[in-house]
Design a protein around this ligand. Structure first.
Ligand SMILES: Nc1ncnc2c1ncn2[C@@H]1O[C@H](COP(=O)(O)OP(=O)(O)OP(=O)(O)O)[C@@H](O)[C@H]1O
Length: 417
């Protein structure tokens, strides 16, 4: 009988490393699976030593480190390698390449209760699995009552586990593995089981661990929960790290990629519409010369490094009157947010003598948007805004990160009363 909850204890943990030292260090970890066309091929390979497999890399060159007290959310599409990573950290799988180093007790909440022996009572399972977790008999005896209490099992604790409902098994396993606070807690989406009351208790216990400085690694498809719980995030894509760092920044990039996937699958489903073609620039027609957004970094897509969004448009026009400039702001793969034209507000570009261009800057102070990827388009009109002379559609994408995690699209001016 092997317990699904995995616990490894480092005897050096008592003399814990300085607080700045990582609790978890993952260095260039890869995990390859051998795939055989047929089970017979596997047997032949075993007997003859011939290489009859193809390799599939579930993880490729993954590196990151967690400091004490950090809570990491692991996100990614199906098959990205999240479960494989968690199993490697829990020690139930070994990496093909690279190293995983954990300081102190590691508890993994994966496949809860899968290792309980069905013929033994809950109490016997609790004692046996507890000893595999590295708890001595005295500690298990001291914790036993509180584990049974937390699992809400009452007298059922002395019944064979095969008579338990799946919820009872999960409750017992969770209560046991979390009876002692670990240095590193690994949580799969196991918490999506059991009734809501018990789920609440589980989350409360995990949050209490977190407040006490436990380092947590949390894998979930629920970006809402990752936002709630995690201060750092890791985005895995086809086994590789796409992004690691501040939760909002990583999730914004991940969500933008999800939207792109949605758009791509929509376009596959429906024949694409040809994009409107902008009039040829130059010569004696009015045209846009440049569209510049201030304070963008060099990332892809670039991130706005300012609270304000400032867009400068330069244009040429054969007319003596200044042209009008319009700006459209949209979600990168979603809805339009706002469009503004200078002539509507009786404002026109000024003449830049040195560069011989008309020039105007539109600023959105304290940009009232939530985190996401956005795209700008610029338009050039005649002085009265009757004729569209040039358009640069979707000419600049950018990422905007708003530090407070709130659902929705915009922050509207508001008043409480
Ligand atoms: N035992 C195995 N043998 C062969 N390939 C495997 C094995 N386990 C996982 N894989 C493959 O490794 C890749 C990563 O799988 P993994 O389960 O880690 O992804 P995941 O991100 O957890 O996916 P999901 O969100 O669907 O649970 C997938 O392509 C999967 O098919």
């Amino acid at each position: 009988m092997t317990p699904a909850p995995t616990t490894a204890t480092n005897p050096m943990a008592a003399h814990s490393a300085p607080h700045t030292a990582p609790v978890l260090q993952v260095q260039q970890v890869s995990k390859g699976y051998r795939l055989y066309a047929h089970p017979r091929q596997r047997l032949r390979a075993l007997l003859t030593g011939a290489a009859l497999h193809t390799s599939h890399w579930a993880l490729r060159d993954v590196s990151f480190a967690l400091r004490p007290g950090q809570c990491l959310g692991v996100v990614g599409n199906n098959g990205a390698g999240k479960s494989t990573l968690l199993k490697l950290l829990a020690g139930t799988l070994q990496p093909t390449q690279g190293t995983v180093q954990c300081q102190g007790r590691v508890t993994a909440i994966l496949e809860l209760g899968a290792g309980f022996h069905p013929d033994f009572s809950g109490r016997d399972n609790l004692r046996f699995a507890g000893s595999l977790m590295g708890l001595d008999a005295a500690t298990i005896a001291r914790l036993e009552a509180s584990i049974i209490d937390f699992a809400e099992l009452g007298h059922a604790i002395d019944r064979a586990v095969k008579t338990y409902s799946s919820g009872m098994v999960v409750r017992l396993a969770f209560a046991l593995v979390t009876a002692v606070q670990p240095e590193l807690l690994i949580v799969d989406e196991a918490l999506a089981v059991g009734d809501q009351n018990f789920q609440k208790k589980c989350v409360e216990r995990i949050e209490a661990f977190r407040r006490n400085g436990c380092t947590i690694l949390f894998c979930s498809h629920s970006l809402y929960h990752v936002r709630q719980l995690c201060d750092v995030a890791l985005w895995l894509d086809k086994g590789q790290v796409r992004s690691f760092g501040d939760t909002e920044k990583v999730l914004a990039a991940y969500e933008a990629s999800l939207r792109q996937q949605d758009v791509a699958s929509e376009q596959e489903a429906a024949p694409s519409q040809p994009l409107p073609v902008a009039p040829a620039a130059g010569g004696d027609t009015a045209h846009i010369v440049s569209v510049q957004v201030a304070h963008l970094d060099a990332a892809s897509p670039p991130q706005l490094q300012s609270k304000d969004l400032a867009v400068t448009v330069r244009a040429r026009s054969p007319e003596s009157e200044p042209p009008s400039v319009g700006i459209m702001l949209e979600q990168a793969h979603g809805v339009g947010i706002t469009s503004i034209a200078s002539h509507v507000e009786q404002t026109w570009p000024r003449w830049n003598e040195a560069e011989q261009v008309w020039e105007i800057t539109l600023t959105f102070p304290d940009l009232p948007l939530h985190t996401g990827e956005y795209v700008l388009s610029a338009y050039l009109f005649d002085h009265k805004g009757l004729v569209v002379c040039d358009e640069w559609k979707h000419c600049q994408n950018f990422l905007f990160v708003y530090p407070t995690q709130t659902p929705g699209l915009v922050r509207l001016p508001h008043v409480w009363s």
